[in-house]
Design a protein around this ligand. Structure first.
Ligand code: F3S
Length: 418
């Protein structure tokens, strides 16, 4: 491939992967049939390249590190687009530029003709892209990577726009890091001494784990309730927010850890890091450290993108009610689930209450919120962490019920009850 047998774009892609693999001291490449990257995300640099030479030029420069004038063929293996900017649904709701929406629409046409499935979500695993245990994949997006490795037992490092761009055209990725058995064992034990049961608990516990182990591979034990998809999604995203966790083990729940010893692959098990009442309260304080005013003007739900069950629950809580004047509510969900939410009437209930169900992106990714937002509330540890820094707003973090209450009253009345 590098010598040009499959054309110049594939040659550039393979050249990039070989250089990348050599820098990582990878012994070889590994085949993959599942790539999740970002080709369509608009940016000023991309807009400039598209003006100069179309999408082929933008892809060559940004995704293949190649300045030549080359055609981009169809992807060699199944490839999907992760989250990108807001689409037309958000037009008029925020100051997000119309040109970016148009540029992205143009990109979708170009890349879907080349075999990129426009899933447009940070949670491809919620909309049909479910790699199986042991499968080598090449994914971006920290919350998706930690879910793929930990919950699904697939194998990926946290890739980037260039390596996934090259992997889609070649079906290869360097064989290093979490692709190798020896790099998948746990390194730490974090033990919950307080119950971790609710969606909020999982976010706070994840935030604690990431903060303590940083980029290592924790096994989590203790007073853990039975998590569902949304809990694991929130937990993993939080570990990858306060830290850089790409793989965790939860004995009895995640596929590579039927028990604690298996998580350590026969190695010695270290003394646990304790998560007790004090640490739980510290995480709550940390996630709410930006909140001062209790006048909430924006509520954000669906980070990572909400499952259909989560959208249904929000619709149920809003049925027949009305948001407070001057308070906005956005629910982020994948496009495919938005279609189902429309058919089930969930979207209608949320819109009737005055809220919006949006897809493709989120305020942190698109750096955009309703105009004039000063104080926002969310049930997501990840969004509570990022949005104050990105948009300079105050943040409240709490339960879904507290967030809905804030949307209906315009006031934050949350708190840590135990
Ligand atoms: Fe997804 Fe945005 Fe959260 S891309 S994980 S909703 S920060």
């Amino acid at each position: 491939m590098r010598d040009g047998a499959d054309g110049p774009a594939v040659a550039a892609a393979m050249d990039l992967l070989v250089r990348y693999g050599e820098a990582l001291q990878a012994e070889r490449l590994v085949e993959t049939r599942n790539v999740a990257g970002t080709m369509t995300q608009p940016s000023p640099a991309k807009a400039q390249l598209v003006r100069e030479g179309g999408w082929a030029k933008a892809y060559a420069v940004i995704n293949l590190d190649c300045d030549d004038d080359i055609e981009i063929p169809r992807m060699r293996v199944p490839t999907c687009q992760l989250q990108h900017g807001f689409d037309g649904d958000a037009d008029g709701l925020t100051a997000y530029p119309k040109q970016s929406i148009e540029l992205q629409g143009d990109a979708e046409s170009y890349f879907s003709e080349r075999g990129v499935n426009i899933l447009a979500t940070c949670t491809p695993y919620q909309v049909g892209n479910l790699p199986v245990r042991g499968e080598h994949v090449a994914w971006m997006e920290s919350s998706a990577v930690v879910y793929a490795n930990s919950v699904l037992g697939a194998r990926t490092n946290c890739e980037g726009g260039a390596s996934t761009g090259a992997a889609g055209l070649t079906g290869r990725i360097p064989y290093w890091g979490l692709h190798l058995d020896e790099n998948r064992g746990a390194t730490h034990v974090v033990e919950a001494a307080v119950p971790v049961e609710s969606f909020r608990d999982w976010g706070m516990f994840g935030y604690f784990v990431g903060e303590r182990v940083l980029e290592a591979r924790p096994a989590v034990t203790g007073a853990l309730g039975q998590p569902d998809l949304a809990d694991l999604k929130h937990f993993g995203a939080a570990t990858a927010t306060s830290g850089g966790v790409e793989l965790f083990h939860m004995p009895g729940v995640t596929p590579e850890a039927p028990d604690l010893d298996s998580a350590f692959r026969g190695g010695s098990v270290p003394a646990p890091i304790r998560y007790g009442e004090r640490e739980r309260a510290e995480m709550y304080e940390l996630l709410n450290s930006n909140g001062t005013s209790t006048d909430v003007d924006f509520v954000l739900l669906g980070c990572p993108h909400a499952s259909l069950d989560q959208v249904a629950r929000i619709a149920e809580l809003l049925e027949g009610r009305r948001l407070a004047d001057g308070t906005e509510l956005w629910v982020m969900t994948p496009r495919a689930l938005r279609t189902m939410a429309d058919r089930n009437g969930y979207t209608r209930a949320i819109i009737r209450a005055g809220g919006h169900v949006l897809t493709d992106s989120c305020p942190a990714m698109s750096r955009a919120a309703p105009p004039g937002t000063r104080v926002f509330a969310t049930d997501s540890a990840k969004q509570a962490h990022y949005l104050p820094a990105i948009l300079g707003v105050e943040a409240w973090f709490g339960t879904l019920d507290e967030c809905i209450d804030a949307a209906l009253t315009g006031r934050w009345r949350g708190g840590l009850e135990r």
